[in-house]
Design a protein around this ligand. Sequence first.
Ligand code: ADP
Length: 264
Amino acid sequence: MINEGALVETTDTPMVNAQQLVKSFGSQIVLNGVDFSVDRGQTVVVIGPSGSGKTTLLRCLNHLEKIDSGRIYVDGQLIGYRERNGRLVEDSDANIARQRAQIGFVFQRFNLFAHMTALENIIEAPIHVLRQPKHEVIERAQILLEKVGLSAKASAYPHKLSGGQQQRVAIARALAMQPKLMLFDEATSALDPELVGEVLKVMRDLAEEGMTMVVVTHEMGFARDVADHVVFMEKAQIAEQGPPEQIFGDCLNDRTREFLGKVL
Ligand code: ADP
């Protein structure tokens, strides 16, 4: 019998539970004691000025950056570390890879494999990392392409696709791993303005379907309409957080108001 006491995972635990995160680059503190949690099925949008630590927070959640101290649990699992003799030591590469496989990450730059078609990009990891049967993976990939509105582009190579289409393939590729959590790091920032909407629509659909998501974005309309919870970061800390009605309506914090005054 394993998983007794505090180790039991229940559906009541938040999907993300990060406690007292501290992260520095050299002498610069980028996360200064950040507590961050995301309930299952929620979309949390992280906003704030450039350099406030938003991307670093996101990258720490799947151990793309190592925290200096604190704890991150995703679905009840400690991320990146395990306990040995009462101390935390970094987990093995294989375990970290296994954890990352359950967390989808969509980058600002889409990073598709240039020599593979849209469909091949999507099926690569489920076949080679998860070792799922090819016919099942292809079937699922076709459904995902339809979901992101790109059924007609299954055989297209990335250079034949617009930035918005490439980003939609990148989202389908992340979803093909059947993640429990999706992280979006300024997924529309590199796109021409006319292509932003098609990517935000895919993200909005996902949120409505109940995917658990953390979205770092400068798209305040998206934050206001789609977020269940908005986190405002400033100077390596969470300065204010709450439902969008609070943050965009009657925010309590002067700095939130000042920031929104500049970007809205
Ligand atoms: P945001 O996403 O809010 O713009 P970031 O998390 O990207 O903020 O960056 C926070 C601070 O950390 C910035 O000052 C940035 O220059 C610095 N930073 C981020 N990544 C690195 C890195 N790999 N090495 C050194 N400094 C970094």
